[in-house]
Design a protein around this ligand. Structure first.
Ligand code: B12
Length: 314
C-alpha cells in the first residue's frame, strides 16, 4: 500500500471515530488492515480512511458493524448512499464538505457528549418536522438501535445509555404521552413485566398510542402481573401493551404472563412486542397475546381495536 501514511490520530480526526473504536473495528471485525511502522504504530491509507468513514455512516444508519465490516469498499459506498437517502442527509465527504445534519446523527452526537439540551432540542425539532409517528419510528427507535451498537463496540458506556433513556423518558412523558385527552378515548395500559428493565420500547408504544388518540396509563418497567392487571381493571382498559427486550430466557416470565392473562378481564387484549418477544412465543401463543413486530403493526392493531364489533387480527 503505497499511500499508507496516516497515523491513527489523523484517522480519528478525519472520520470522527475514536481511536478505541477504530482499533476494535480492526481487531474484532477486520474492517481494515493498516500497515505497521518499525515501532508497530498503525498507518492507514486514504482508502482505509474512506472505508472507516463509510462504516461510520452505515452503522449510524442502523446496520450492525459485524455484518458490514468485511464488505468490499464499493458495496460500502452503495450502502452508505442508501443510508444517507433513508436518513435524509448527505454524507460528509472526504473532502470535508459539511453534511446536512440529520436528526438521528444529531441525537447520536448529543448522546456521545452527554448533552441533554442538545438531545432535547433535536427531539423537539424532529417532532415538529416529522410528526409524532415520524419522531418515534425514524428517530427514537433507530436511536435506541444505534446506542446499543455503539455500546457493544465500545464507543459509549452504560452511562450514555442511562443518559439517553432518561432524556427520552422525560421528553416522551412531557410531549408525546399527553397527546390524548378525549374523555371517551379507549384506555391502553403500558408496562414491561417483572424482570424486564429496559423501558424504551414501552415508552415508544405509549407515545405512539397516545398519538393515535388512546388514553395511555403508563406504568413503567418491571411490574408484577397483579399490578398491571389491577391498573387495567381500575381504568377499564381496552388493552395492555407489554414490551419484552432482555433477557430472552427468564424462566419466571412464563408464570408472570400466564398470571396476567388470568387476572385480566377476558375482553382486555394483550399486545406484545420488543426484540425478546420471539423467545417467549410459546407462552404468548398460549395466553392468546397479539404479537407485533413493530410500531407500524402496533398502530394498525390499535386502529382495529377501536372498532368495537371487529375482532383483532393476530
Ligand atoms: C438503554 C439500554 C439499556 C439501559 C436501560 C435503561 C432503561 N431504564 O430502560 C441499561 C444501561 C440499564 C441497560 C442495561 C443492560 N443492557 Co441494555 N440496552 C439498552 C438499549 C440501548 C435500548 C433498550 C431498549 O429499551 N430497547 C427497546 C426498543 C427501543 O428496542 P427493540 O426491543 O428492538 O424494540 C423495537 C420494536 O420491537 C418495538 N417494540 C419494543 N417494545 C414493543 C412493545 C410493543 C407492544 C410493540 C408493538 C413494539 C415494541 O419498538 C422498537 C422500535 O422498533 C438496547 C439497544 C437496543 N437496540 O434495544 C440495549 C440492549 C437491549 N441491552 C443489552 C444488554 C446486554 C444489557 C445488559 C445485560 C448490559 C450489562 N452487561 O449489564 C444490561 C441488562 C440489565 C438487565 N438486568 O436486564 C443488549 C441485549 C442483547 C440481547 N441478547 O438481546 C442490547 C440489545 C444492546 C446490544 N446491542 O447488545 N441497557
Amino acid at each position: 500500500m503505497a499511500d499508507s501514511h496516516h497515523a491513527i490520530k489523523v484517522v480519528s480526526r478525519r472520520t470522527g471515530l475514536t481511536a478505541h473504536v477504530i482499533r476494535i473495528w480492526e481487531k474484532r471485525y477486520a474492517a481494515v488492515e493498516p500497515e505497521r511502522t518499525g515501532t508497530n504504530r498503525r498507518l492507514y491509507s486514504d482508502e482505509q480512511i474512506e472505508r472507516l468513514s463509510l462504516l461510520r455512516d452505515i452503522t449510524q444508519g442502523g446496520h450492525s458493524i459485524g455484518h458490514v465490516a468485511k464488505l468490499p469498499t464499493e458495496k460500502l459506498r452503495e450502502l452508505a448512499a442508501e443510508s444517507a437517502a433513508a436518513l435524509g442527509h448527505t454524507r460528509r465527504s472526504l473532502t470535508g464538505a459539511a453534511a446536512t445534519p440529520s436528526f438521528l446523527h444529531e441525537c447520536i452526537a448529543a448522546v456521545k457528549t452527554l448533552d441533554s439540551r442538545a438531545l432535547e432540542d433535536s427531539l423537539k425539532r424532529a417532532s415538529t418536522e416529522l410528526g409524532a409517528q415520524g419522531l418515534l419510528q425514524q428517530v427514537i427507535a433507530p436511536l435506541a438501535q444505534a446506542i446499543g451498537e455503539l455500546w457493544r463496540d465500545g464507543s459509549i458506556t452504560a452511562a450514555h445509555e442511562h443518559f439517553a433513556t432518561a432524556v427520552i423518558r422525560v421528553f416522551l412523558g412531557h410531549t408525546a404521552m399527553p397527546f390524548a385527552g378525549l374523555d371517551n378515548a379507549p384506555v391502553l395500559v403500558v408496562a414491561t413485566p417483572a424482570g424486564q428493565i429496559h423501558e424504551l420500547g414501552a415508552l415508544l408504544v405509549g407515545a405512539a398510542a397516545a398519538n393515535l388518540g388512546w388514553h395511555v396509563t403508563y406504568l413503567g418497567a418491571s411490574l408484577p402481573a397483579a399490578e398491571i392487571a389491577g391498573a387495567a381493571r381500575q381504568n377499564r382498559a381496552r388493552a395492555v401493551a407489554l414490551s419484552l427486550v432482555y433477557p430472552e430466557d427468564d424462566s419466571r416470565l412464563e408464570g408472570e404472563l400466564t398470571r396476567l392473562r388470568e387476572l385480566l378481564p377476558a375482553d382486555v387484549v394483550v399486545l406484545v412486542g420488543g426484540r425478546a418477544m420471539p423467545a417467549y412465543r410459546g407462552v404468548l401463543d398460549k395466553i392468546g397475546a397479539t404479537q407485533l413486530k413493530d410500531l407500524a403493526h402496533f398502530s394498525s392493531t390499535l386502529d382495529e381495536l377501536r372498532k368495537p364489533a371487529k375482532k383483532t387480527r393476530r
